[in-house]
Each structure stands twice: as structure tokens, then as C-alpha cells.
Design a protein around this ligand. Structure first.
Ligand SMILES: Nc1ncnc2c1ncn2[C@@H]1O[C@H](COP(=O)(O)OP(=O)(O)OP(=O)(O)O)[C@@H](O)[C@H]1O
Ligand SMILES: [Mg+2]
Length: 505
């Protein structure tokens, strides 16, 4: 029987890795890894931050060359291991880091490397715009293909990447944390696109730290730890607790303490009065007291991004006023907000956040030094500070001296969080603070945030993770497009209540 016949009978795996290893200095990112994926299968890939998931994906995409081992796609060896060859063999990837050219149009970003040409070589723009619009429509979003991609929100950029990955004639479709920037409804739409791909015989590899969606979406799940595969099982045969145990080598059951009641007499540290931004944010008011954690949830276009930016002084509301900190000073600029004691961790922190070339000590100390104008820089003390946060947040790194760019995605997030925690703010505006962070570290971060509140800080957490909201929030503000804001108290908070007002899928 020829390879082609075996492929057609589904006997040749869509993807196979054999004995793949990759070392980065002291870190063995992939350690004799083996994995087989069949056509028409959706496989979940899970593991703690730094387990090697993205490294595996890069090896399949030809974006990284393993030290040893082979990658085979539909029976063909990936050789030479380059992105071009991988793409030709049918590998399509949505990477964990955004791959968007901000200076190019939406159309160019969607059709990257596949722009339609005229007979004499020039780009056929009318055709390109039409095709890009069609691809975007297929993934369910309306965006003007002529817009500059740099002006889009992170969620919109994410949908461009989804459109790009899905539109290519993929045999193996890989998604590394695709829902980190998406709301419930958008994730649902992505899932139905992935299920369609499965029907067409595409093999899907899906990475997520959001375990409920793993259970909802995948046929089978592979758990990685320390660069190796520790288990692969049909999803019906695993329970959540067992999966967590496989990921971390221990159970996390009962590790979250109950949330204390919010103090009723705390000083008001955040006061937003009748905010209006365009037609997305229509008259929203909010008071947050010292000791309180308020969650804000809502899909794209609900105004949540605008609200976060207004609270942090990064955007001026069209109407209304924001006051923060002791004595409630009016916020007019990001710097003013920071001086009044506001720490802002934005949604697009990859763009605004990590200094990839600088080491962890620089990355963690930068906010404190900029805000408090630390006069004398003492290297040993700075190192001590970053070492402490690395330990406290469980950052997987061989020490403070390595550049942030050498960390896995989730570990970079922890570093940025550490930076703001160290800066000692009184008000925290956190947009998806644990996106991309594994659940073990998430639980630690929740404890940290609760400690901050208990010590007198006011926190506003923008989140689309229901479990996070449930574990953290004293009150929830639900924002919806076309409808007014709704408040939910802790007691009224359930998946059902969010479902009923239309934010949960
Ligand atoms: N370019 C690099 N230089 C040095 N070390 C690296 C590099 N890329 C990855 N590593 C290391 O390899 C290990 C695996 O990283 P990888 O990005 O594959 O993890 P991951 O499972 O994707 O984690 P996350 O859930 O945080 O995204 C980590 O310890 C990381 O620090
Ligand atoms: Mg990763």
C-alpha cells in the first residue's frame, strides 16, 4: 500500500513527534517527547507554565529546530524544519504571542503571505479586501479590511489571527491559548469553527489553561510536565482533579480560602461618576472601597476595555469624572493616575508590558523606581526584590539574571504582575490578570490579591473567567453592549446568573 493510500485510510497520523528534545542553556524545554495525533481529532494540550507546550508547537511549525528527534506531518518528514515547509505540509498555527503587523491593514494581516496578485505582479486590492472580508465573516467578525491593524483592540487582533489560521488549507491546526483575549460568546464561536475543521478531517491541537474549555471542546487530552508527555487520555476518562494532579504532580483540592466579607466602612478609593465613552460606555458609575475587590465582566464592545482605560487615566471619558486614591484626586493622565497610587495591568500587556531583552530584575523594579523616584540604586537590594517575587509567584526561571524573553508566556505574565505588586499601589486596575497563567499559580495570585485587599487596597479586576470572578469578587459589574450595566452581589453570583443576563455562553 502506498503512503497516499494509507493516508486516505486514516492510518498515517496527521502529526507525529518522535524523540524530540530541545535544550536552552540549563533548561531542557523538550525531553525525548513523543506524540501522535490522528486526522479529525481535537487534542487538548495542557501543563503548567514552562512545561514545554509552546516549544512543542514551535517544533511542529518549523519555528524552532529541535536538537534531536523527528516531526512527521501526514507521513512527510518536516525537513528542512522551516516555517515554509511546515506550512506547505499543512500546518497552520495561532501562536501564543500575537503575530500582527501593526502598520499593515487588516486585509494584509489576514492574508499575510497570500495576497492576491494581478497578472503583472501588483496586489489586486479590491480582490484582497473582498477576500479578507469573507474570511473575517467566516469567523464571525465584522471589521473594515482597510483599517490599520495597530488600531484594533487585542480581541480584534486575535480574531484576525484566528481568521488567518483557519482560512489556510490546514491539515494540522494548532492554537496556543487562543481564548486568552476572548469573551465567552467569542470562544463559543471559535469552538464551532474548530468542530467544523474536525468534521473536515483536520487534526486540531489546542492549548489552554482554562480547563473548563478543555472539557467542553476536546476529544482527548495530553498532559505535559518538564518537557515530557506524562499522559494522553480520551477526555471522557479523566476528571478535573485527576487532570490537575497530572499537570502539577499534586492535587490542588481545597486550596482556595473563602473570601472574607468586604468591609462596609472602608474609604472610597475609586470613584467613577456617570462615565460615557462614545456609544460603548453609556453612563457607568462605580465606587470601590479600601478592602474591596470588584470584578467587571462583559464581552468585546461592552465597554469594559474603555472603562479599564478610563480608571487608569489611559483614556479620557467623553463625559463623567474619575477620581482615585486618598482624597480622591481627579485622574487626567496615566502618570497622574500612577502618582495617585493606581497600578494598571492592561489587557495588551505584551505590547505595553514586558521588556524582552532586559533581565527579570529590571522588569520587576522598573515601576517602583519610576514612580517613587528611588534616588540610589542598590544592585543587591534590587536583585533581592526580584528574587522574592520570582519565588512568591512561582516564576519558572533559572534566576533573576535571565532576559524576560527566555521565559514561557505565562511566566512573563507573572513578572509583570510582580512589577506592579512591588510598586505598592493602593488601587489596582487589572485587566485579565491571570490570562495564560496555570491554575496552580492562579490560586497563588488570588491569595495575593486578597491579601492586598485585606491590607487596604481597592481592586478592580476585569475578567472573563467565571471561576476567577467567583473566587475573588465581592461584587460584579456586568457590562453589555446595547444594554445598561448590571450589578451582582456575591450571593447572586452563579454561572447561571451570568448566563441569564447574557454574558456567559
Ligand atoms: N528562547 C528561549 N530561550 C531560553 N529558554 C527558553 C526559550 N523558549 C523557551 N524557553 C524555556 O523552555 C521552557 C518551556 O517553555 P514553553 O514556552 O514551551 O512553556 P509553555 O508550556 O508554553 O508555558 P506557558 O503555559 O507559560 O506558555 C521554559 O522553561 C522556558 O523558560
Ligand atoms: Mg506557552
Amino acid at each position: 500500500m502506498s503512503d497516499e493510500e494509507r493516508r486516505n485510510r486514516g492510518e498515517v497520523p496527521a502529526l507525529e513527534l518522535q524523540g524530540v528534545s530541545k535544550r536552552y542553556g540549563p533548561t531542557l524545554a523538550l525531553d525525548d517527547l513523543r506524540l501522535t495525533l490522528a486526522a479529525g481529532e481535537i487534542r487538548g494540550l495542557v501543563g503548567e507554565n514552562g512545561a514545554g507546550k509552546s516549544s512543542l508547537i514551535k517544533a511542529v511549525a518549523g519555528a524552532m529546530v529541535p536538537d534531536v528527534g523527528t516531526v512527521t506531518i501526514g507521513g512527510h518528514r518536516l525537513t528542512p524544519p522551516t516555517p515554509t515547509v511546515a506550512r506547505r505540509l499543512g500546518v497552520s498555527v495561532l501562536f501564543q504571542e500575537r503575530q500582527i503587523a501593526p502598520d499593515l491593514s487588516v486585509a494584509e494581516n489576514v492574508l499575510l503571505g497570500a495576497l492576491p496578485r494581478r497578472q503583472w505582479g501588483g496586489v489586486d486590492w479590491p480582490n484582497a479586501y473582498r477576500r479578507a472580508a469573507t474570511e473575517l465573516e467566516r469567523v464571525g467578525i465584522e471589521l473594515d479590511p482597510r483599517l490599520s491593524a495597530g488600531r484594533l483592540t487585542p480581541a480584534e487582533q486575535q480574531s484576525i489571527e484566528i481568521a488567518r489560521a483557519i482560512s489556510r488549507d490546514a491539515r494540522v491546526l494548532i492554537m496556543d491559548e487562543p481564548t486568552a483575549a476572548l469573551s465567552g460568546t467569542e470562544s463559543e464561536r471559535l469552538f464551532s469553527l474548530l468542530r467544523n475543521a474536525r468534521e473536515r478531517g483536520v487534526a486540531v491541537l489546542y492549548v489552554s489553561h482554562h480547563l473548563p474549555e478543555i472539557f467542553e471542546l476536546v476529544d482527548s487530552v495530553t498532559v505535559m510536565r518538564d518537557g515530557r508527555v506524562v499522559a494522553t487520555q480520551p477526555i471522557e476518562t479523566v476528571e478535573l482533579d485527576r487532570l490537575v494532579e497530572l499537570m502539577f504532580g499534586r492535587s490542588l483540592e481545597g486550596e482556595v480560602a473563602e473570601l472574607d466579607e468586604a468591609p462596609v466602612d472602608g474609604e472610597v478609593l475609586v470613584q467613577a461618576d456617570h462615565l460615557v465613552v462614545g456609544d460603548v460606555l453609556r453612563d457607568v458609575s462605580l465606587d470601590v472601597r479600601a478592602g474591596e475587590i470588584v470584578a467587571v465582566t462583559g464581552g468585546v464592545g461592552s465597554g469594559r476595555r474603555e472603562l479599564a482605560r478610563c480608571l487608569a487615566g489611559a483614556q479620557r471619558p467623553d463625559r463623567g469624572v474619575v477620581r482615585v486614591g486618598r482624597g480622591l484626586r481627579r485622574v487626567r493622565s496615566p502618570h497622574g493616575a500612577a502618582r495617585a497610587g493606581v497600578a494598571f495591568v492592561p489587557e495588551d500587556r505584551k505590547r505595553e508590558g514586558v521588556f524582552l531583552e532586559l533581565d527579570l530584575t529590571e522588569n520587576i523594579n522598573v515601576a517602583t523606581e519610576a514612580l517613587h523616584r528611588v534616588p540610589v540604586v542598590r544592585p543587591r537590594r534590587r536583585r533581592g526584590i526580584s528574587d522574592r517575587w520570582i519565588t512568591r509567584l512561582g516564576v519558572r526561571a533559572p534566576g533573576s539574571a535571565i532576559p524576560a524573553g527566555a521565559l514561557s508566556g505565562g511566566n512573563q505574565q507573572k513578572v509583570i504582575l510582580g512589577r506592579w505588586l512591588e510598586a505598592g499601589a493602593r488601587v489596582f486596575v487589572l485587566d485579565e490578570p491571570t490570562a495564560g497563567i496555570d491554575i496552580n499559580a492562579k490560586l497563588d495570585i488570588y491569595e495575593l490579591l486578597k491579601d492586598l485587599a485585606a491590607a487596604g487596597a481597592a481592586l478592580v479586576v476585569f475578567s472573563s473567567d467565571f471561576e476567577e470572578i467567583r473566587l475573588l469578587a465581592h461584587r460584579v459589574l456586568v457590562l453589555r453592549r446595547d444594554k445598561g450595566p448590571t450589578w451582582l452581589g456575591r450571593k447572586a453570583l452563579s454561572e447561571r446568573s451570568l448566563f441569564e443576563i447574557g454574558v456567559a455562553p
